[in-house]
Design a protein around this ligand. Sequence first.
Ligand code: CTP
Length: 398
Amino acid sequence: MLNGKKIVVGVTGSIAAYKTATLVRLLVKDGAEVKVVMTKSAADFITPLTLGTLSKNEVSIELFDESAWANHVMLGRWADLMVIAPLSCNTLAKMAAGACDNLLLAVYLSATCPVYVAPAMDEDMWKHPAVKSNLTKLESYGNKVIPVTNGELASGLFGEGRMAEPEQILDIIRTALAKKGSLSGKKALVTAGPTYEAIDPVRFVGNHSSGKMGIEIAKSLHEKGADVILVLGPVSGDIQLNGIKVNRVESAQEMYNACTTIFPAMDIGVMAAAVADYTPVEKADIKIKKADSTWSLNFKKTQDILKNLGGLKKDNQVLVGFALETNNEEVNAKNKLQDKNADLIVLNSLNDAGAGFGHDTNKITIFDRKGNESRFDMKSKKAVAEDIVQAIIKIIHA
Ligand code: CTP
């Protein structure tokens, strides 16, 4: 199943490293080409000779070994998937902080492929808030955490913290790489976040979009093998998206310029941004001073990006828009489908608690051009993104 797939296996210092021998063997047996990168302390638990023999490739450890240093970027780019198993508490903390004091970390930081980690630690360590926060950080960078299991730990205690079994890790890798294929070779443009329309050098008109929905869609498309460009409005927080190109913009006009330039070469366009419909007619060059007791601003319409892309759309392109409605939801969503020449409109209603701006969950209905409506339950935005991407895949492979 993994025929021809290239996998970097990272190994860190933990007693669970003995299981990595089985993992490497299973991956190779399944057809994968495996290269192992270890930390020095991992070599205290399992020998490079064992992993080198099982992987049929030389094992890399030292960062400043001349050839390894030159190769760390290539190794990160070579792989279709990187799995770090076991992941120790120490390496986890370094990955969360972006530290780079060994070859494994250098390969991780250079990796353009999906990265999976299989933590292994004692239960008390596993439950420590610092570890939890590092894991959350790692996930926010787009890495996937393979859950630990319950059982006997190296300390002799029983509890949570055991590294997942090699067979289970193999299954997860197979699924990840199988999924990855379904959009491989396809190019996708996704917009996300709000736009800021400047009033003067210090003020703007904006909205509360967090960009979460579009970011999850970009990740999901990327996981299925698409080359993704994310045109992202001004959202706060450090957004790290392994392997996704991010094009930061601020205003609706900048987003329009980026999208109309990029879209013609794309197979898929998903317009999830909350674009301002109006922008101030004039932007003052200097800060506007307060004067009268009331103040009004003149606005003009912005360009409708989705509608413009709908006009440019060729038969082999799939275009997806969103509709955020408070009333007449279905009628408005269906009108947007026609009016903007989209293939799918994703309706999210502001009437559902937990759906829409700022939340981590969303509840959607997808409308297509054949008149089908697919209703979904309230789910995490990640799971909603998966549903939207499946609907796109259905059209692409129809
Ligand atoms: N959209 C866009 N460019 C704009 C405004 C909206 O591309 N200037 C896109 C959004 O990204 C979304 C879809 O159009 O995919 C619908 O956005 P929405 O705000 O729900 O609707 P509008 O078209 O702005 O219409 P209205 O405000 O009247 O509901």
